[in-house]
Ligand binder design. Structure first.
Ligand code: AVJ
Length: 387
C-alpha cells in the first residue's frame, strides 16, 4: 500500500441544500431530502443554493469525502462476498445503516427495553459541563455521528464555556451528515461545520486541523458515543483506539461511551424487543444487500436471534434461516445455500466493565482522566488523554 493522499473531494454546501449537492458522488435526491426546512439565510442568502461552493468559511457545511459512493460499493461487495463464503457466515454491522436502518435505529433508541441511549443521555446531561471544563475544546469531533441529540449536550456545554468554534461530524453516510450538519448550523450561529464522510476504522488520519480563525488554542474533543466501540472485535478495538490516540495532540481528549455488563435478561431484551423493531433492523441488512448488490434475500426467510456470549462478554445478533433456501447475489455472481436453522452473525455488541475499559485504553496509549456512569451503573462515559 502506497502512502498516497486519500482521494478526497471537498465541497461546501449552502445552508439550504436544494440543488447544491452536485459535488460529484453525492446522491442529489438524498441531499434534497435532507434539507428539511430552510436555514436562517434562506434561499439566495450568502450560503444559499446560489452561493459559492468549494470554499470554506461561508455559512455552509463543508464536506470532506474519503469514501466515494463507488468505494463504498466495493467495500460492501467485498464484505458480503467474504461473509457469505465463510463458515459460519457473518456480515459486518456497519451495513445496517442506510436511510431505513437509520430510522429503525432511531426507533430502537426509544424502545422501553433499549436503555443505552437514555442512560448515556443521563450521564451527559449530568456531566457535560465537567467534560467541557476538562477539555475546553474549540472543535468537537463526533465519530459515527448519526443524528444525535446527545451531541448537543456537549456543544451546549462548550458554548457555555465560550470555546466552541467548530463541529466535525464523521460518518459513513453522507445524507445523515448533511442533515446533522444543517441542523447544527442552524442551532449554533457562528459555529462552522466541517463534515467528514469516512469509515472511522480507516480514515481517522484525515481529521481536519485547526479551525479557521481559531484563537486561544484549537483543542479537539473527539467523541465516540452510543457504545459503538462494542461493535468492534477486541483486536479491531485496540487498533481503533491506537489510531485515535495517534491523532490526539496535547490538550485533545477522547470521550468514549461504552455499555456496561449487567443482568443477562436485560441485555438480551435490549436486543430482542417485544415490538420487533430490532428484528426489523437486523433483517434490514438483507434489504441493503438486495438493493445494492442485486440479491434476492427473502426477509421472511430469516428470523432474528439475540444471544449473550458470556465468554466474550458480548451480545450477538444473528439471522437464522427458517428453511433450506438459496440466495443469489447477482452483482457478485454468487449463490449462497442456507440450511434450515443455519445462523449468520450480523453484529456483536460488547459490554464492558469500568476497569476493563481503563485497561484497554491504557493498552492503546490512552490514560483515563475521568469516568462517569448513570446512577444505576448501566452505561459509562470515559474521558481519556494521550499518555
Ligand atoms: C449503535 C452500535 C451502539 O450495539 O447497541 C442496537 C446498535 N444493534 N440494537 C448497539 C444496535 C441492535 C447499537 N450501536
Amino acid at each position: 500500500m502506497t502512502s498516497r493522499t486519500p482521494a478526497t473531494a471537498r465541497v461546501t454546501l449552502g445552508s439550504t441544500f436544494t440543488g447544491a449537492a452536485g459535488g460529484g458522488s453525492g446522491d442529489p435526491d438524498k441531499a434534497r431530502d435532507s434539507s428539511g426546512s430552510s436555514g436562517p439565510g434562506g434561499p439566495g442568502g450568502p450560503g444559499g443554493p446560489n452561493g459559492p461552493r468549494g470554499t470554506e468559511g461561508s455559512a455552509g457545511v463543508t464536506v470532506d469525502r474519503h469514501l466515494a459512493a463507488a468505494e463504498r460499493q466495493t467495500s460492501l461487495a467485498a464484505d458480503v462476498r467474504a461473509g457469505l463464503t465463510s463458515q459460519p457466515r457473518e456480515l459486518p454491522p456497519k451495513w445496517f445503516y442506510d436511510a431505513t436502518g437509520g430510522l429503525l435505529f432511531d426507533r430502537i433508541t426509544r424502545l422501553p427495553e433499549y436503555y443505552p441511549t437514555r442512560r448515556e443521555h443521563a450521564v451527559l446531561t449530568a456531566h457535560a459541563d465537567e467534560i467541557a471544563a476538562a477539555c475546553p475544546a474549540a472543535t468537537l469531533v463526533e465519530l459515527g455521528s448519526g443524528t444525535s441529540e446527545k451531541t448537543r449536550l456537549l456543544l451546549d456545554a462548550l458554548r457555555r464555556l465560550g470555546t466552541l468554534r467548530r463541529f466535525v461530524p464523521f460518518d459513513v453516510d453522507e445524507a445523515t451528515l448533511l442533515q446533522a450538519g444543517a441542523d447544527i448550523l442552524r442551532a449554533y450561529p457562528g459555529v462552522t461545520v466541517r463534515a467528514v464522510v469516512g469509515d472511522f476504522e480507516r480514515h481517522l488520519g484525515s481529521l481536519p486541523g485547526a479551525p479557521a480563525g481559531a484563537v486561544g488554542g484549537d483543542r479537539r474533543l473527539v467523541a465516540f458515543l452510543g457504545g459503538t466501540i462494542g461493535n468492534l472485535q477486541p483486536a479491531a478495538r485496540a487498533a481503533f483506539l491506537r489510531a485515535v490516540r495517534d491523532q490526539l495532540r496535547d490538550g485533545d481528549a477522547l470521550l468514549l461511551g461504552a455499555d456496561l455488563v449487567k443482568d443477562t435478561g436485560r441485555l438480551v431484551a435490549a436486543y430482542d424487543d417485544s415490538a420487533g423493531v430490532t428484528a426489523a433492523f437486523n433483517r434490514n441488512v438483507l434489504s441493503v444487500i438486495n438493493r445494492e448488490l442485486d440479491a434476492d434475500f427473502d426477509l421472511r426467510g430469516f428470523a432474528h436471534v439475540a444471544v449473550w456470549n458470556a465468554e466474550n462478554s458480548w451480545i450477538e445478533m444473528r439471522l437464522r434461516s427458517v428453511r433450506d433456501q438459496e440466495v443469489t447475489v447477482r452483482a457478485l455472481d454468487l449463490v449462497a445455500r442456507f440450511e434450515e436453522g443455519e445462523q449468520m452473525r450480523t453484529e456483536i455488541s460488547a459490554k464492558f466493565t469500568l476497569d476493563g475499559l481503563r485497561a484497554e485504553l491504557a493498552a492503546s496509549g490512552l490514560a483515563t482522566s475521568r469516568q462517569w456512569t448513570d446512577p444505576d451503573r448501566d452505561f459509562s462515559v470515559t474521558l481519556a488523554v494521550p499518555d
